[in-house]
Design a protein around this ligand. Structure first.
Ligand code: HEC
Ligand code: HEC
Length: 241
């Protein structure tokens, strides 16, 4: 450590040597805990699912660490626990997700763009607040209720961006209007109803926006990103509300 370069104040901040892990971390760089009550199931577990559990869940346990249930996540490693209830500043998990440990950032950086996105300051603040508030984690398997996808909130912004120049009020190619839920459900002149609620994946709309319809006019104008196409399919699976 290049101590001479650090001001005495910074050294004073270098106090958090985690209970048993044998390295010092500068916790002065940590985002502050969110100043409110945090709900584990609604706010923390979804972060774990999105960012961690593919490598630390029932299928894979990279670094021998599993964190999909409380029982597994709280189990101490040889060096001690990763989560210290009541003390986020000293919890190795916080140091790890904030990148305070050299080469130890989680999720691990990837060469592929967009594949590994670190936690945001807000997410780290929430994680800290949850740990400070006692790291309350219900026993057993956590069931998350899927967020409801609606046309107004989730689908319309996508169609407004990519479709309504040809399928809106001014122009409606093939008689298809993508600017309202009713228009989308009604479908167009050739394909008819583009949405099949009982067979989402086979809906013409899903096939068209996934780029799998070989006959559609101007295919490149019809292909959405795979994330957006998946969202359209999920919307239909949930009943196209
Ligand atoms: C793409 C896979 C991947 C993802 C996603 C991932 N990890 Fe890891 N994790 C690893 C690997 C690989 C190791 C083992 C690293 C090593 O031993 O050097 C590891 C190790 C760990 C360890 C053990 C470290 C130790 O000192 O033993 C913890 C704790 C951890 N990860 C937490 C997380 C958290 C929290 C997230 C989500 C924010 C996460 N990981 C996301 C691959 C991943
Ligand atoms: C550049 C213009 C253009 C854009 C942008 C566009 N389309 Fe089209 N679309 C067309 C044309 C042209 C047709 C064929 C109309 C015909 O058969 O007469 C068509 C046909 C369709 C049909 C079949 C309608 C029928 O005849 O039953 C659907 C469904 C459709 N488009 C959905 C979309 C969706 C969803 C988007 C956005 C992801 C989109 N389109 C973007 C031009 C466009």
């Amino acid at each position: 450590m290049k101590t001479p370069l650090l001001s005495s104040l910074a050294i004073a901040a270098l106090v958090a040597v985690t209970g048993s892990l044998a390295f010092a971390v500068d916790t002065s760089k940590l985002p502050l805990p969110a100043p409110r009550k945090v709900d584990f199931v609604k706010e923390i577990y979804p972060i774990f699912v999105e960012k961690c559990i593919s490598c630390h869940g029932p299928d894979k346990q990279k670094g021998k660490y599993r964190m999909d249930t409380k029982e597994h996540a709280m189990k101490p490693s040889k060096e001690g626990p990763f989560i210290i209830p009541g003390n986020s500043e000293k919890s190795p998990m916080v140091h790890i997700v904030a990148g305070l440990i050299e080469e130890g950032l989680m999720p691990p950086p990837s060469d592929k763009p967009g594949e590994s996105v670190p936690l945001t300051k807000e997410q780290i603040g929430l994680l800290r607040a949850w740990i400070d508030q006692g790291a309350v984690w219900p026993d057993g398997e956590i069931k998350m209720t899927a967020k409801e996808i609606t046309f107004a909130a989730d689908i319309k912004p996508v169609f407004d961006k990519s479709c309504i120049s040809c399928h809106g009020t001014a122009k409606a190619e093939g008689g298809f209007k993508a600017d309202t839920r009713e228009g989308v459900l009604k479908g167009g002149e050739v394909y008819g109803a583009a949405v099949k609620v009982d067979a989402a994946a086979r809906s013409p709309l899903v096939i068209i926006v996934s780029g799998k319809d070989g006959d559609i006019a101007q295919p490149e104008k019809h292909k959405l990103s795979s994330k957006e196409a998946e969202l359209v399919q999920k919307w239909i699976e949930q009943g196209a509300k």
